[in-house]
Design a protein around this ligand. Sequence first.
Ligand SMILES: Nc1ncnc2c1ncn2[C@@H]1O[C@H](COP(=O)(O)OP(=O)(O)OP(=O)(O)O)[C@@H](O)[C@H]1O
Length: 624
Amino acid sequence: MPEEHAEPKDRSTVRSLLRLWPYVKPVRKRLFGAALIAIVASCIGLVIPLVLKWIVDGPVAGRDPGGVWLGALYLLLLGLAEAALFGVRRWMVARPLAGVEAAMRADLYRHLQRLPVAFHDRWPSGQLLSRGTTDLMLVRMFLAFPLTFLLVNGTTILIGFIILLMQQWTLGLVLLAPVVPMVILCSVFETKYSLVARKAQDQVGDLTTVVEESVLGIRIIKGFGRHRSQALAFRALSQRLRSTELGKARLLAGIWAAITTIPELAIGAALVLGTVQVADDGLSAGTLVAFLSTALALRWPIESIGFLLAMSQESATATERFFEVMDVAEEEDDTAAADGRAPKDAARQGEMVFEGVEFRYPDAEAGSVPVLSRIDLRIRPGETMALVGATGSGKTTLTALVPRLHEATAGRITLDGRDIAAMPRKELRELVSMAFEEPTLFSASVGENVLMGAEGAGEEELRRALAVAQADFVYDLPEGIGTQVGEQGLSLSGGQRQRLALARAVVGRPRFLVLDDPLSALDVHTEALVEAALRQVLEETTAIVVAHRPSTVMLADRVALLSEGRITAVGTHQELLRDSAEYAWLMSGATSAQEGAFAEDAFPDPSDEDRLVPDVPAEKGRTR
Ligand SMILES: Nc1ncnc2c1ncn2[C@@H]1O[C@H](COP(=O)(O)OP(=O)(O)OP(=O)(O)O)[C@@H](O)[C@H]1O
């Protein structure tokens, strides 16, 4: 569905809606019970004309006021019973249907958490949001209203016509005549409405995406004064939705007008014919009154079919959209593979190895150059490897393969000598911890955000992690570690967010640590403090650290240079400075070098490296 909207599947409304059965099954008894009550209530409405016939042909014809009062009392009681039963029906379905909606929403949320990152890369968040909100609300409304009333009204119409035919079959046939054109009309309407309903719901998703992006990017919009252009883009989308909604309204108006007019014409014809029959003494006045009252009582059940069908159609579309997401396969754990169960090799404990790893994004064109190819890298137990490379060389992509946010397309990665592809994801993610360049926090307290990094970690671990990340600023927040950080942690500075993300990565003392340039937003003084603390953490783990700056490289024992998706050099910082022109250029921070040119004069004489990289000590900060 991602960029372009999915083509509506050739699936009937009923087949789409039948997919709701697993959710409806637990509440089926209540639903059927409520529908039964509604049918009884609706049939009571059909008894009222029969009481009228009795009043007209009996007490009224016999001039018996007592009988008329009794008849009126019956009518009142029938009316009250009808109203009470409808009330009971409503009460019966409200709670179970709210439960169905909640269960579907919980399943969708759970499923979204388990879908691969590649899925989230493709799908706009607004489309997922609208499926979890508007679409599920439409489904609940369908179960509460159209599902019951299509059944109730259908039964009422059937019983009503039986009564009409029994009262006067010729007039009954007159009223039955419009059934054929109306069935044809309804089927044409359903086909057209299903297309436009799908379009409208997809457009609501697009609009939700734009609103979400605008809210999250409000600082950029304000900063660049883009209110007008954003407002124009938003208006264009909402105009598109508006015209689709108007199309829906036109279709509804058409079916409504037809469904109202055709039966009215039939009732008019029956009235004329009936009056002639009463004048000819072929029919009693009471029977004609009862006949017409029954016909009028059937007006609402017939007229409502138009919008009940429309609501059902929208719910079928909503159901389809819900299952479009639910049908996407979740990440699987190939735990049966031999390596996943391989006995632990103590000698390889803490070792991270890339063997012939290749990666291509799922949406990449067939035959395109892989983002990563022939990656062979061995990170020794307890070693810290810096990953350095030009922008777009594939550093982030490579780090994302370790916790299997993406799956390597070829080759394998082993941790502790075990192939990660055969390791249960839960176990893998307990072994590996990550901190990204873009630190995402959640609407929760500082403490909760950090503790998200380790299941079962307590206050002691939390304080240690905060100390490592030099995040002592949290104790000065209004409620200390209990302070809510607000949506995405935007109430904190970039550097503060990065430090909390780092604390989250180290709180569980992971055996493997993957850090994607986690210090980029810190000022030089804080960076130095965090690095000092990080050194202690890195002593205990095997780590891969994406580094753009010499100061971050200094945390590492060795450096791997990534160039256009390939590891082109591995060695210590000093070795690479000496042997790799590209590395020296990257570390020099040269901005004036021409594209693709690593001209000799753009580089220092290796012996001159300290001049080029003034904050890089001649020897690595840490050696093993
Ligand atoms: N989700 C994605 N789908 C398709 N291509 C992607 C995706 N993410 C990244 N790429 C492409 O993969 C290549 C490597 O990107 P990556 O983010 O790994 O580079 P990087 O070395 O980390 O860059 P930087 O230093 O700027 O962060 C780039 O060409 C990028 O356009």
